[in-house]
Design a protein around this ligand. Sequence first.
Ligand code: FE2
Length: 311
Amino acid sequence: MSESGEATDGLTALAEVHAEDFSSRNARAAWCVGQLERGNVLLFSPSEFSLPAADREFLLAQQQSSAIYHKNIAYRPGPDRLTGLQTPRREDAERLRGILSDFSREATRFVRETLAPYGDGIRLDFASFRPIEERGRPNRTRARNDLLHTDAFPTRPTGGDRILRFFVNLNPSVPRVWITSETFGPLAERYGRAAGLDAVARAARSPLGHAGRRLCRSLGLTVRSPYDRFMMGFHNWLKENDEFQRTCVKSRWEFAPGAVWMVYTDMVSHAVRSGQFALEQTFLVSRGAMWQPALSPAGVLERLCGCPVTD
Ligand SMILES: [Fe+2]
């Protein structure tokens, strides 16, 4: 691992988890929760989470058919379904579904154990297999992974719950390279207003807006809270801001072959500069489960707006 620049407040650091450093599982879990909520990346020894060799080899062999993978392959644990896979051989699709299902179950076990203090506050979201080389990958600006951003989901607003992502670099010889900048707190303080914070604060304070959102939800419609509007807008604003991308302070991280890491990607600004073959599992962690709610994006926005932002 390497880091360019001094570690200072508001910058993401790497928190390496060494089992021998802790006297108990509880002590380790408490330390992990604290590091994550501070906006650091938890890095584990590859020996703590590994895939069966045959599954790994099958996934790595998918590079031979990369032409059919136009995007990442998503796995939805609930309905046990793959999306993003184009014209596959049926037996390959079945095998892939089985591998991702096993990965999702093991990742859930690992994350629940590692972050035991959150208890039932951890909910399972989608998983993904990322077989495409990230360097030079063509995409729309807002969909590019190589531009710094904080995460927000266009179709699945979280209402202030946290986006936690668990990654494994499957590549046997090439690191996955990330860039991070400042965490959400300092970024929102500096750029929030330019990214539309005042309009979000007005929407949050408006009784009419609040009643309208409640009505729409009662009709079964997906409605973005002021929080979700800001988070989505901020994601886009950061990616589309050339000056920010060019001039912001940056740290560079190399996740070695086999590396296993997790991070709150709604708080840690991140960009994937290169790498091929990763597995990822997303979790949503209840805002109410946070140990340091003031550091969470919703806590930051409520401080800046002076009112609740999550309906
Ligand atoms: Fe992201």
